[in-house]
Ligand binder design. Structure first.
Ligand SMILES: *[C@@H]1O[C@H](CO)[C@@H](O)[C@H](O)[C@H]1NC(C)=O
Ligand SMILES: *[C@@H]1O[C@H](CO)[C@@H](O)[C@H](O)[C@H]1NC(C)=O
Ligand SMILES: *[C@@H]1O[C@H](CO)[C@@H](O)[C@H](O)[C@H]1NC(C)=O
Ligand SMILES: *[C@@H]1O[C@H](CO)[C@@H](O)[C@H](O)[C@H]1NC(C)=O
Ligand SMILES: *[C@@H]1O[C@H](CO)[C@@H](O)[C@H](O)[C@H]1NC(C)=O
Length: 280
């Protein structure tokens, strides 16, 4: 019978631990929030109530006292800190918020690269890092976030190609990488999505404002070297043409004067000429 009592006590202890755990917070979330707070500069004080003491227990059920944090079952579920003039870089430890479903750090002054470690956010559905000063490549690792619905990276300084792997994100319904410094061909899997039923096709506005990007739905590759050659060619050609034209004009004039000169000696005109000659 004491075994039963032990079992009941253990179950009660487990239940108590389970009930308490949301208050205790999650060590991964704590690491995530601590690093995020350390990495960002906050000149306008939008995150002033992000105090270190609260990182160990950021959630109160669905509620969080931290600006921009939304919780679900005691875990950080959404981070929304748009338009707060935040500077600094996105820390790789953001990936420790393993239950994160939505990350919006848009319209700030973030710089540095998008950490490939974000690929550990397996529940991520919304990624909005638009209107910052992020540079470097779009990490191909993001394709591991299979639930990604929204990728908005517009208005940054991202360079390099769009990873082909992003075309494998079957749930992707919004993609905006416009106004960056991306280059290379637009992956066919993104441009012509035919796989999943109702897959959204992305039009040119998703890709516009990247000088080096080409291919459907943007125009085909513009041979840049040739266009410079063409400009030089046009310059040289018009120079040559005017030279040829003036040469031809001179030739014609010379021939004309030559003809009038030689016509003076053509036999048929002799009389006329002699007629014109003064008589002695
Ligand atoms: C932190 O700031 C947010 C937004 O300004 C506010 O909703 C929240 O109540 C604040 N929390 C505390 C503990 O001051
Ligand atoms: C936290 O994130 C860092 C950087 O991505 C990673 O190296 C580390 O393994 C993560 N920690 C845990 C417990 O997942
Ligand atoms: C991303 O954030 C910007 C600025 O906060 C907003 O205008 C835009 O609509 C967001 N993108 C998506 C796809 O919701
Ligand atoms: C994508 O589809 C368009 C229009 O249907 C077509 O012109 C283009 O060649 C296709 N591109 C690729 C890479 O299949
Ligand atoms: C491109 O698609 C977006 C929605 O994804 C739509 O709002 C926009 O009007 C489209 N633009 C053109 C030129 O078709």
């Amino acid at each position: 019978m004491s075994r039963h009592h032990l079992a009941i006590a253990a179950a009660a202890a487990a239940a108590a631990l389970f009930l308490l755990s949301p208050c205790a917070g999650d060590p991964d979330d704590e690491r995530c929030l601590t690093h995020l707070h350390q990495s960002l500069t906050d000149p306008s004080g939008g995150m002033r109530n992000w105090t270190k003491a609260s990182f160990a227990a950021p959630c109160d059920g669905f509620f969080s006292h931290l600006q921009g944090v939304t919780c679900n079952n005691g875990r950080v579920y959404k981070l929304a800190l748009p338009g707060l003039s935040l500077g600094g870089a996105i820390p790789p430890e953001l990936s420790n918020c393993t239950n994160l479903q939505s990350l919006d750090l848009s319209a700030n002054a973030l710089s540095g690269a998008i950490p490939p470690e974000l690929s550990a956010l397996l529940n991520l559905a919304v990624l909005n890092l638009s209107a910052n000063a992020l540079s470097g490549a779009i990490p191909r690792e993001l394709a591991a976030c299979a639930y990604l619905n929204v990728i908005d990276l517009h208005a940054n300084s991202l360079s390099g190609p769009i990873p082909d792997e992003l075309g494998l994100l079957v749930r992707l319904s919004t993609l905006d990488v416009s106004d960056n410094r991306l280059s290379g061909p637009i992956p066919a899997l993104l441009a012509n999505r035919t796989g999943a039923a109702g897959a959204v096709r992305f039009n040119a506005s998703s890709f516009a404002g990247n000088k080096g990007l080409y291919g459907y739905p943007l125009p085909p590759r513009r041979p840049r070297g040739l266009s410079v050659l063409a400009i030089v060619g046009i310059g040289l050609g018009s120079g040559l043409l005017s030279l040829v034209l003036s040469f031809a004009a001179v030739c014609l004039w010379l021939r004309a004067t030559d003809r009038t000169a030689s016509s003076a000696t053509t036999p048929g005109e002799e009389g006329k000429v002699s007629h014109l000659m003064p008589e002695y």
